[in-house]
Design a binder for this molecule. Structure first.
Ligand SMILES: NC(=O)c1ccc[n+]([C@@H]2O[C@H](COP(=O)([O-])OP(=O)(O)OC[C@H]3O[C@@H](n4cnc5c(N)ncnc54)[C@H](OP(=O)(O)O)[C@@H]3O)[C@@H](O)[C@H]2O)c1
Length: 268
């Protein structure tokens, strides 16, 4: 199975936001499936640790590229660093997720979330999608979220950027499948990553391990445009989209997300 995967999406994979959490796990599992991996993030030292961990268990090549994906130049920098590599799959995993009431966040922070979560996926999908389409094969994986399906209070801007990723990936899925390139939007629910555990030290309903999310996502690449990891999340999403009213769904999201911070920080 991993030979099939690597011949379809190899020899190189690129993971944007690969120093921890889901991104590091994508790097590891792509290497286990026989691909060489380029890891991108801002913290060079942490990237090197992920690289060492991959090298300790696979024979694949690993390269690290330090880049700030909120910068408009990031795609150019990564494109130059990978120009000689045949990249068959790109996972755009990095995200900025400002937490708290919209009006209490600086507008600069919200706009930076647009840069990392929206500008980045567009720029990377365009550059690497063009290369893949020219070869008639490849895969693009964009990280979305259950926050994408309705307004998500207290992560309002983040949720809206994840809605963008969902819709963007679905459009690209149709356009690019005719060019041999598979596109997948991964609508993850709560996942035990350092970022989530900072906000929710006690965990969250239906929380999954990164390994399960990534395995399910990579298994689904080449199928439909969208996937939701985990049975609990699929059931919750079904209820919220098909059974409950939109107003109720937004309220549930708001009350759940409110718990992610001390009550005094989130006024009722
Ligand atoms: N965890 C969850 O519960 C959950 C739920 C639903 C969806 N998701 C989605 O899954 C993805 C990963 O989430 P996560 O919780 O693992 O962590 P995350 O905090 O969203 O992303 C962490 C990774 O992205 C990198 N990164 C962040 N900003 C960057 C920037 N400006 N430039 C370069 N790299 C940057 C970080 O590395 P550096 O700090 O070293 O740069 C780190 O490797 C996100 O797209 C998120 O929306 C997560």
């Amino acid at each position: 199975m991993s030979e099939l995967f690597s011949s379809k999406y190899g020899p190189w994979a690129l993971v944007c936001g690969a120093s921890e959490g889901l991104g590091a796990e994508f790097g590891k599992q792509l290497a286990r499936r026989g691909l060489n991996v380029v890891l991108v993030a801002r913290r060079a030292d942490v990237l090197e640790q992920v690289k060492a961990s991959i090298l300790s268990e696979t024979k694949q090549e690993v390269r690290c590229v330090t880049a700030d994906l909120s910068s408009a130049d990031a795609v150019k920098l990564v494109a130059e660093a990978t120009a000689s590599l045949d990249i068959g799959v790109v996972v755009y995993n990095a995200a900025l997720s400002p937490l708290g009431p919209f009006l209490e966040q600086s507008v600069d922070e919200s706009l930076r979330a647009i840069d990392v979560n929206v500008r980045g996926p567009i720029a990377f999908s365009h550059h690497f999608g063009t290369r893949m389409a020219a070869q008639g094969r490849g895969g693009l994986v964009l990280l979305s979220s259950l926050t994408a399906f309705q307004g998500s209070p207290f992560v309002t801007t983040y949720g809206a950027t994840k809605a963008f990723n969902l819709t963007f990936a679905e459009g690209l899925w149709f356009e690019l499948k005719q060019r041999g390139v598979d596109v997948l939007s991964v609508c993850a629910g709560a996942t035990r990553t350092p970022n989530l555990m900072k906000a929710a030290p006690d965990g969250a309903p239906g929380m999954l391990e990164p390994a399960q999310v990534v395995t399910e996502a990579l298994d689904r690449l080449g199928g439909g445009p969208t996937m939701i990891p985990g049975v609990f999340n699929r059931f919750a999403s079904f209820m919220m989209r098909r059974v409950l009213s939109r107003r109720m769904t937004i309220s549930i999201m708001g009350e759940q997300t409110r718990k992610l911070q001390k009550p005094k920080e989130l006024p009722r």
